[in-house]
Structure formats: C-alpha cells, structure tokens
Design a protein around this ligand. Sequence first.
Ligand code: COA
Length: 295
Amino acid sequence: MSTRERKGMMRDDALKGMVVIITGGGTGLGLAMARYCLQLGASVCITSRKLDVLTTTAAELEQETGGAVLPLACDVRKYEDVEAMRDAVLARFGKVDALVNNAAGNFISPTERLSSNAFKTIIDIVLMGTVNCTLALGKHWIAKGESDKAILNITTTYAWTGSGYVVPSACAKAGVLALTRSLASEWGRKGIRTNAVAPGPFPTKGAWSRLVPGELMERFDMAQRVPLGRVGEHQELADLVAYLISPYSAYVNGEVVTIDGGEWLKGAGQFNMLDMVEPGMWDEIERMVRSTKGS
Ligand code: COA
C-alpha cells in the first residue's frame, strides 16, 4: 500500500463507548492518537502542561470528529495533579477504560554536560509521569473491582540497546519497559492489560526540535537509518496504539511492539554496514571469499 493511501486500520466502531486518557495529547503523536481514538468512537481526555494549546486542540478535534474531548492541564510529575485529572475525567465521563502514557521529555546532550537536576527532570517526566498515571488509574480500577482496562506505555528501542546522548531518557524508558512487563503479570489477573510500543523515528515538531535541532537535521537523515528508507507516519503509530487499547487485543498483555521500520536491528547487526558495498563489487568479493577455501 502506498503511504499516501493509508487510512486508519481499525473498524469504525472499534473503541465505541470507551473513555481514553492520552497524556501529552495536545500535540504531535499524542494528538494523532487522540484523533484516531475519537474517529473510532471513544471519548478522550487530553492532558499536558499547556491548557491553552489543549483547549484549542480539543475544540478542533470535536468539530472534526463529532466526539467528546476533555482538555485538562496536568503535570504528570505531580501525583496530586494526576489524581485531580483522573477525578475530573471520572466526573465528566463516569469511567476510564484506557490510559495512554504518552507524555515525555527529552533532549540531546553529552551526559557529562548534564546537571543532576537535568537528569532528574527527564526521569521525573518519563518514568515518574508514567508511574503516577498508572498508579492513579490502577488504584481506582482495583478499588472499584473494574476490569477490561488497558494501559499503553510509549517506550523506545533504546530502552534495551541503550543510547548515548539521551541517557536520562534511555534510563527512564527502560524503567517504563520494566513497569509494563511487571504489571502485565501482577495486574493481568485483575483485568488490567499493560502493553507498550517502541516507536522509531516519527517526526514531530516538538521532539525533532530537541533531538535533531538546526543543521543536525540535514547532517543526519533519520530515514537513512531505517531499512525501509523512510520515517514513520503518525497514522501508523495511531493504528497500533488503537489496536492495543481495543478489545481486539484482549489477549495481548505484557507485549512491547517495535514500530521502527527495522531501524534498531539495522544498527545492531554486525555486518549490516555491508549495505555500503556497491552491488557491482559482490562478484569480486565472492571470488575472494571462495579463493580462501582450504586455506
Ligand atoms: N542541555 C542541558 N541541560 C538542559 C537542557 C539542555 N538542552 N535543557 C534543560 N536542561 C536542564 C536545565 O538547565 C535544568 O537543570 P538545572 O536546574 O541544573 O539548570 C533542568 O534541565 C530542567 O530544565 P527546565 O527547563 O527547568 O525543565 P522544564 O520542566 O521546564 O522542561 C524539558 C523540561 C527540559 C524536558 C523541556 O525540554 C520540555 O518541557 N520538554 C517537554 C516536551 C519534550 O521534551 N518533547 C520531546 C519528547 S521526545
């Protein structure tokens, strides 16, 4: 399928009647997820620190999709904010079915240039933000004995490979991955599924300005790192997220789904640099290799 033709993957009513919270839902990938959840029949709460952005986005989304959107200011680092956000969603919609822990913070820097507070800031947003929202919703669901709930965390492929220059993010996302797998086991029996996605390069204004700022964008073409030769489209990620919070994935629990066009494996495979060999050179290389027979 040409990327141009791509529409949403799921059935029109896949999330009908569901209530979904998407942290960091006012812009970028969170916005793409919110829009698709609404198109599939869910009511959505979008949160971030910027209420003005959320309010404008919510009005646009409601007009575009006809769905209900609740914009709420919430700093995921603050547990009181998160509990207040949860209670406001319950007051408006009466329940929550799915939580998408999408809010994140990241920037590139040599690690030795970071202050302890800079490191802690990223851990607080990414790991503690995910923990806070997960705890607030999990406590509620378990206390009420509610089931058929889904938590979807956004991690990254460098949660398991590690990566220089984004070390606080790597540490935090590794924690998010551990949280995902741990709770899948502990809370699965309470009817709460916990899964994660690990996206590769999906350009957004916010993340890209911090990860490939200025002329770095020209120097490092992210698409070239990907075997499929392109970056991801927001709808492709929205499809996966919608599936993983929908009842169609009711038996998927504790999974982390990589969606990166093969990017991290390309970096990992020892001989993948042979991509750089001109096709015409392979006859000569084969001759050299064969000539070593018996030596
Ligand atoms: N290099 C080194 N240190 C940096 C930095 C940079 N580019 N940017 C911020 N810091 C340091 C600050 O100096 C501060 O440390 P200090 O108190 O020791 O001086 C610490 O990080 C916190 O920065 P501050 O700006 O006070 O935090 P904030 O909560 O306002 O912002 C960020 C958090 C830095 C993550 C900001 O980029 C942000 O709000 N990002 C949210 C969106 C985002 O990152 N999206 C991309 C997700 S992939």
